[in-house]
Design a protein around this ligand. Structure first.
Ligand code: GLP
Length: 241
């Protein structure tokens, strides 16, 4: 079972999630965070930057691993998740160790090795203490689309059409959205010691309800968080339906 927390609105939701990260980093200064992209966590990142600036919340010994990256994708592209994390978080924090999977097409021959290296880096860091997750309309977490096994690991995946359509406005059209991505697997995600899945807004109410009530299955990968013993679903009222 998953604890469910419903905040009154998006800013209260983000403050509540930031509180969890803040408490972890204060109690464990060398904590390892798993981070997500998308619009949902943006308010959390803004809150962490504010606490760093105003309260000295210290990330100098924190290590961060992001869930996923488009493929193919240059790390310098404004569409890359690497840039997204720079521009929305890491340019404003004193965090020295942060990684996003490498989506450069030149990596193709070694992609399996790179995925294994990413897993090894997570393990060598001591493992993820807190994994932040959003949820896609297909029920994906990271880019684990329907069909992703509970045992899946970091790998190259094909994106669902709905996921590409949701990303299209940011890319100036569907044809510009990559068809693939590199994502941590469901198995990788479930090894985190704590999972915080966030959802905000009425557009997420239906998928949130499905994630909470439908059978846990690979057809709805986000439902796998219900197998975790220390997972919470943090919603605003609109996402709670
Ligand atoms: C993308 C990301 C996911 C994210 C999802 C939802 O597909 N790979 O990690 O959770 O979008 O994004 P948003 O928060 O913008 O709804």
């Amino acid at each position: 079972t998953v604890g469910v927390f419903v905040a009154s609105d998006y800013s209260a939701l983000c403050a509540q999630v930031a509180d969890r990260i803040d408490a972890l980093v204060r109690s464990k200064p060398d904590a390892v965070l798993g981070l997500a992209t998308g619009a949902t966590p943006l308010g959390v990142y803004a809150e962490l930057v504010k606490r760093h600036r105003e309260e000295g919340l210290d990330f100098s010994r924190v290590t961060c691993f992001n869930l996923d990256e488009y493929y193919p994708m240059s790390p310098k592209s404004l569409h890359s998740y690497r840039q997204f994390m720079s521009l929305n978080l890491f340019d404003y924090l004193n965090c020295k160790h942060w990684s996003v999977p490498d989506g450069r097409p030149s990596t193709f021959p070694q992609i399996e090795t790179l995925c294994r290296d990413y897993e090894d880096a997570i393990r060598d860091s001591g493992g993820i203490d807190l994994q932040l997750l959003g949820v896609g309309r297909t029920g994906h977490m990271g880019f684990n689309e329907p069909g992703s096994s509970v045992h899946s690991r970091t790998r190259l995946v094909t994106l669902a059409d709905v996921t590409r359509q949701d990303a299209a406005p940011g890319f100036g059209g569907l044809k510009n959205v990559p068809t693939q991505a590199i994502t941590m697997g469901v198995g990788t995600i479930l090894e985190a010691r704590q999972i915080v899945m966030m959802a905000s807004g009425a557009a997420k109410a239906d998928i949130v309800r499905r994630v909470m009530t439908e059978d846990i299955s690979a057809q709805l990968p986000a439902s796998f968080v219900r197998l975790h013993e220390n997972a919470v679903l943090c919603l605003d009222q609109a996402a709670n339906g």
